[in-house]
Design a protein around this ligand. Structure first.
Ligand code: GUN
Ligand code: ZN
Length: 434
């Protein structure tokens, strides 16, 4: 059955770059998005498309609001929902003090189910329709998050954390169980509905060479799964990896030598890389998750988007909750702008939204399915309300262009501005009562 949605509509066709190339995005001030059987049929000016619609097609009117593709979070930990905003440490101490004790609670499957449901609901409330997610070391934590995502018809990629050293014993697996448990989870979940599996070694600090080798073997056996890990986030971490793997040229080279750098490998952070690393990442088709709020909160460093783009590394935006301080990708765009500003780089609004839509879809190799409104793509979209708060209403009310309106939204916006989230053309969140 066809449905149509009328509003201002924005989506990207390509990377607008630092200079906001106008041909990389489309904006229809009075637009129409036409959907059938969960997929996009077409998008364009309402005046052009409305006359061609059958009389029976229901048109939902969101005039005054902005429809855009669902937001995509390229790296987030669902198990860290309840330690978001924990005080005072950099990465390695933060993991020991907050993240590991919290993740140990997921030994309880009921707890995992409860947090997974709350997490998915939070994503949808924030307009996030797809995410690449760390579970915990417990295999049932993956069942919990996939079950919660499937119940809401969400597209999601997740995996069991692998770690067999430098972590609390109750969170440690081993190379053989990591392989066997991951394999069983791949067989159970990968390709079911809109779910995909990510082989998820936590980072090189917490895996032995044997475990990384086992992960690499899986990555070769299941080439259409994802590989999801952390890379070069913090200088102490980078030094530790050099100490643990002295024979490797760089941190990235550790992953590369174990077969963990390939198409569909996604590396969170990528702050402390050199030119050779960036060239290798690009050459092998690995992607970066840019996590600005986490990088600022944990004092990790400033992502170099210009260098990554110049090297040809595909990059998507990510919240990295609980190191990150918000599940809102709007707020994350604002942090990204500030990080890049400190680096002397610019982030126009169109590019910020690109990094959380088509750019993120490309980084996750999902752009065939999601990321913009080309015909045939899954109709995952959000309705942004510029009047979500009094201040945003004032500011967007005096904006004279879509760029200015989107720029205000990315700095003033959060979940209060996400009026509705649609998955495959069906509304997944209720309109808030006013
Ligand atoms: N590196 C290894 N584990 C983690 C984690 O849980 N969060 C962040 N931000 N970095 C990590
Ligand atoms: Zn992370």
């Amino acid at each position: 059955m066809q449905k149509a949605f009328r509003a201002s509509i924005f989506h990207c066709l390509d990377d607008p770059g630092e200079h906001a190339s106008p041909s990389a995005s489309e904006f229809f001030d009075d637009g129409l998005l036409v959907v059938e059987d969960g997929a996009v049929v077409g998008v364009g000016p309402a005046a052009t498309l409305l006359p061609g619609l059958a009389e029976t097609v229901l048109v939902e009117d969101f005039s005054g609001r902005i429809i855009m593709p669902g937001l995509i979070d390229c790296h987030v930990h669902y198990s860290q929902l309840d330690i978001i905003a924990s005080y005072g440490e950099q990465l390695l101490d933060w993991l020991s003090r907050y993240a590991y004790p919290e993740e140990a609670r997921f030994a309880d499957a009921d707890h995992a189910d409860q947090v997974a449901g709350a997490f998915i609901d939070e994503l949808l409330r924030n307009g996030t329709t797809t995410a690449l997610v760390f579970a915990t070391v417990h295999p049932h934590s993956v069942d919990s998050i996939f079950t919660a995502a499937a119940a809401r018809n969400m597209r999601l990629v997740a995996g069991k954390v692998l770690m067999d050293r430098n972590c609390p014993p109750e969170l440690s697996d081993d190379a053989d169980s990591a392989y066997a448990d991951s394999k069983a989870l791949i067989e159970r979940w990968h390709g079911q509905r809109r779910l995909g599996y990510a082989i998820t070694p936590r980072f090189a600090v917490t895996s032995t060479a044997r475990q990384l080798e086992a992960a690499g073997r899986l990555a070769a056996e299941y080439p259409d799964t994802w590989v999801h890990t952390h890379l070069a986030e913090n200088t102490d971490e980078v030094e530790e990896v050099a100490r643990l793997f002295p024979e490797r040229r760089s941190y990235l080279d550790v992953y590369a030598c174990f077969g963990l750098l390939r198409e569909r490998s996604v590396f969170a952070h990528c702050l402390h890389l050199d030119e050779d690393d960036r060239a290798l990442l690009a050459d092998r088709g690995g992607a970066a998750a840019f996590c600005p709020s986490s990088n600022l909160f944990l004092g990790s460093g400033l992502f170099d988007l210009r260098a990554m783009t110049a090297a040809g590394v595909s990059t998507g935006l990510a919240t990295d909750v609980g190191g990150g301080t918000s599940l809102s990708l709007l707020r994350t765009m604002s942090e990204a702008y500030k990080v890049l500003h400190l680096r002397g780089q610019s982030l126009p609004a169109s590019r910020a939204f690109y990094l959380a839509t088509l750019g993120a879809a490309r980084a996750l190799k999902l752009d065939e399915h999601i990321g913009n409104f080309l015909p045939g793509k899954e109709a995952d979209f959000i309705v942004l309300d510029p009047q979500g708060t009094p201040l945003a209403s004032r500011r967007t009310g005096v904006a004279s262009s879509i760029d200015e309106r989107l720029f205000a939204m990315m700095h003033l916006g959060d979940d209060r501005h996400v009026l509705a989230t649609y998955l495959q053309g069906e509304r997944s969140t209720e309109l808030p009562r006013s």
